[in-house]
Design a protein around this ligand. Structure first.
Ligand SMILES: Cc1ncc(COP(=O)(O)O)c(C=O)c1O
Length: 358
């Protein structure tokens, strides 16, 4: 087991593998031609984008004394943070227990187990809070029975956002400037951390949030969601509502179309969140010629071979329907229930919402 200290041989430590992911310039039509955008290809990190958050949360907890040496880390995850925690746990010497749900992709579940994490699976969604609440309820049971267990609480832990300082620092050396940053939003960690750090360099940078239809984060009603990674059925406190200039909700039809187009002609592709942010980044670049648009591709395609890239899955779920090339504009986040790609230029925290016209 690695201890969190560089080995005496002078060989690189596991943590040294993290970061320095490349940036790709994407100008393939999605589906319309556009001026191109830069994408930070985070799946070339071990553990994908969320390994940055995982390492930051565990290191900060160790420094505070909340996570004792060798103690177990327990977290609820739909996947990507799980891989990140498996990585951080090995690098820093902590066993990892992950509470997942039945909907987790098979390759992801297999990977979590292969990396040595103990996987606890929830069978039924919570009647109101969906899978996420069901996972949190089970997590509380696990925490109560494992001595010294530490819960990073990715949805509400500010160290999650701090973990993306390294990503921001890398970007500042990789792109000329960022006029518009397009970020998927799940826990809110990377959008919050990146906006804070990058606006120190580019104070006028606009932040575009990308959520999924059926997610509560920006004030829509909770509905069953096919898209994983981005979106939520709770209200994560890591979401920095004030930082956003606009929000888009993207549907699975648009995401599948985009992921497949990217794979065919740009080679870099990924999962639901990658498809969603690429669609919005391409549209933004088309609508604002000359703007330097940057986005983050959080993970790669491998976890989605049985869903996004599987013809039978897509046919069963009606995902080969024509994919819209433009969003519907809505005046307020809760003006209507959105069922396909939609955009709103007013962003409100649903937990502090002031009355808005019906
Ligand atoms: C694949 C994927 N994309 C996007 C996100 C959203 O990122 P964040 O949690 O930083 O908002 C996540 C979060 O878990 C994810 O796993």
């Amino acid at each position: 087991m690695l201890t969190g200290h560089p080995p005496a041989t002078g060989a690189p430590h596991l943590l040294d593998l993290l970061g320095r992911s490349p940036v790709a310039f994407v100008d393939t039509p999605l589906p319309h031609p556009h001026g191109g955008f830069h994408a930070k290809v985070e799946y070339l990190n071990p553990g994908g984008m969320k390994a940055r958050a995982a390492v930051a949360m565990l290191q900060a907890a160790r420094q505070r004394g909340d996570l004792r040496p060798g103690a177990t880390v327990v977290e609820s995850t739909s996947g990507t943070l799980g891989i990140g925690l498996a990585f951080a746990g090995q690098a820093l010497g902590h066993p990892v227990i992950l509470v997942v749900d039945r909907e987790i992709e098979r390759p992801m579940r297999a990977l979590l187990t292969a990396y040595g994490a103990t996987v606890v699976e929830v069978e039924q969604p919570h009647p109101v809070g969906g899978w996420q609440q069901a996972r949190l309820d089970r997590l509380a049971e696990v925490l109560a029975r494992v001595p010294d267990a530490y819960w990073p609480d990715q949805y509400h832990n500010p160290d999650n956002a701090t973990g993306y300082r390294t990503l921001a620092a890398e970007l500042t050396g990789q792109v000329e400037a960022v006029d518009v940053l397009v970020c998927s939003v799940g826990t809110g960690g990377h959008s919050a951390g990146l906006a804070r750090a990058l606006r120190r360099h580019w104070p006028d940078m606009r932040l575009v949030g990308v959520d999924t239809v059926g997610s509560t984060i920006f004030g829509q009603p909770a509905r069953p969601r096919l898209m994983r990674g981005l979106g939520s059925s709770i209200f994560p406190r890591n979401v920095d509502y004030a930082a956003f200039d606009e929000v888009h909700w993207v549907g699975p039809v648009e995401a599948v179309d985009t992921c497949r187009r990217l794979a065919r002609s740009a080679f870099v592709t990924g999962g639901w969140s990658t498809g969603a942010v690429a669609r919005v980044a391409a549209w933004t670049s088309r609508m604002q010629p000359g703007a330097r648009v940057v986005t983050i591709f959080p993970d790669g395609p491998h976890r989605y071979l049985d869903s996004i890239f599987d013809d039978a899955f897509c046919a069963t779920h009606g995902l080969f329907a024509p994919a819209p090339g433009h969003p519907i504009e809505i005046p307020y986040p809760n003006a209507v229930e959105v069922t396909r790609w939609s955009r709103c230029r007013t962003v409100l925290d649903p937990l502090c919402r002031v009355a808005v016209p019906a």
